[in-house]
Design a binder for this molecule. Structure first.
Ligand SMILES: Cc1cc2nc3c(=O)[nH]c(=O)nc-3n(C[C@H](O)[C@H](O)[C@H](O)COP(=O)(O)O)c2cc1C
Length: 409
């Protein structure tokens, strides 16, 4: 099998399952819009000197190269100075993901005691069959590379015991890597050789194959997520993206909890409320509701700061209403809030624009969560704004592309 064919497997699997199911492709597309969410893949690792940590980042980069798939980095319990900012994994969160990549240094042709002890802590998940059917892959960092393939396979034993679907590397990336230097790549899972003197490690070739490995895992996770049946225990404990109702309702639920009424004002001129360019969405809104501007006038004169904050919240709510239309009703399709720019009608001495704009930023994070909601930002004072609005917000968002357009189209 050619390396590129490996990537077509998940797509072929999708087609096969769709053909054998009573759903037509058109029905599946509609249901996928309603039910599907982001695929989340966990990269959990241990690293002492940083080799495995660098590999974990390359795996995560490969995972994120697949549309609508998010990588979540976690480390196993135990002190790791090289990746001190990475949160420690909780064993019960494992069943919340749609795929798992395990990374460890090679110790005596096996994994480290820290990784081993973490795997032993999954005993309850094993008896509940909570990880059954989840795609998984293994990457490592070694010194000379002695025993590296056995080391990868030692972790495979644990994955097989859990009934997980092992994603291998085969000969992917082989054609592109520099064969004049020793490389730790092998058919089982990428390994970095960090003990080779005089060379930067992991090598560019090892990092490249690690990215391809992450991509292969993400594609398998994405394809199998749609059809995987989970053990009853996993379904009960999972708050994951694989539980479509939970995931889709997460953004909707937050909008409901915040009491947001997403009603898009009719355009007040010759323009459209949003424009999509590729996966980017561009939106501009003022603080208008039911044809009226909320708290019109100049901030610091007629309009108090409290009123300006209220107006900012309404302008941002209108931005979200436009975004909901752009995303065809499914706000879980937002990959990230890219940039917000706030224009405030103020007098020349006003300097607290950033405080006012925090209202919009906080709303973006409250709705989408910290990872998706954080954005770059600009704030500007203006002498006048349309319809005497105290505020106007410009926003740029990135959407995940449609999974069927991407994989089957
Ligand atoms: C106790 C111990 C055993 C090791 N055994 C091996 C081994 O069998 N083969 C190998 O290639 N490297 C071995 N190494 C080297 C580590 O795998 C190497 O330093 C690796 O890069 C560490 O990963 P890290 O940079 O993520 O901490 C061993 C190191 C230690 C401390």
């Amino acid at each position: 099998m050619r390396p590129s064919s490996i990537f077509k497997l998940p797509c072929a699997l999708c087609m096969l399952l769709l053909l054998s199911s009573p759903l037509t492709l058109a029905q599946a597309k509609v249901e996928s819009r309603e039910d599907e969410a982001v695929t989340r893949v966990l990269v959990v690792f241990h690293s002492d000197a940083g080799g495995t940590w660098k590999m974990a980042q390359a795996i995560a980069k490969g995972i994120e190269s697949v549309p609508r798939v998010q990588a979540v980095l976690r480390q196993v319990p135990g002190l790791s100075e090289v990746a001190s900012l990475v949160p420690v994994v909780k064993v019960e969160e494992l069943s919340e993901y749609d795929g798992i990549a395990l990374g460890s240094p090679v110790h005596f042709a096996g994994s480290t005691p820290q990784m081993r002890s973490f795997i032993d802590s999954t005993l309850d998940l094993w008896s509940q069959r909570a990880l059954e059917g989840l795609p998984a892959t293994v990457f490592m960092s070694a010194g000379s590379g002695a025993g590296r393939e056995a080391a990868v396979q030692s972790l495979w034993s644990a994955l097989a015991s859990h009934g997980m679907m092992i994603v291998t590397t085969g000969i992917m990336g082989n054609a592109e890597i520099d064969k004049r230097i020793p490389q730790g790549v092998n058919p089982f899972g990428t390994v970095a050789l960090t003990g080779i003197p005089g060379a930067s490690r992991p090598s560019p070739g090892e990092l490249h194959v690690a990215q391809l490995q992450g991509q292969a895992l993400a594609r398998t996770a994405r394809a199998t997520q749609l059809f995987r049946t989970r053990s009853p225990v996993a379904q009960q404990t999972s708050h994951s993206s694989s539980n479509p109702a939970a995931k889709v309702s997460a953004v909707d639920q937050r909008i409901a909890n915040l009491g947001l009424d997403l009603r898009l004002p009719a355009p007040a001129g010759s323009y459209v409320p949003f424009k999509r360019v590729g996966n980017l969405v561009f939106i501009n809104q003022v603080a208008s509701r039911d044809g009226k501007i909320l708290h019109p006038g100049t901030v610091g004169a007629k309009v108090s700061e409290a009123q300006a904050r209220e107006a900012t919240r309404l302008a941002m709510t209108n931005v979200l209403a436009a975004l909901q239309q752009a995303a065809e009703g499914d706000l879980s399709r937002i990959k990230q809030v890219v940039q917000l720019t706030g224009f405030f009608k103020t007098d020349a001495r006003f300097t607290r624009h950033a405080d006012l704009m925090n209202e919009a930023s906080a709303l973006a994070i409250d709705v989408f969560g910290d990872e998706v909601g954080r954005h770059t930002r600009g704030t500007v004072g203006a002498i006048s704004l349309p319809l005497d609005s105290a505020v106007e917000i410009q926003a740029v968002f990135e959407l995940y592309p449609d999974v069927f357009e991407d994989n089957l189209g």
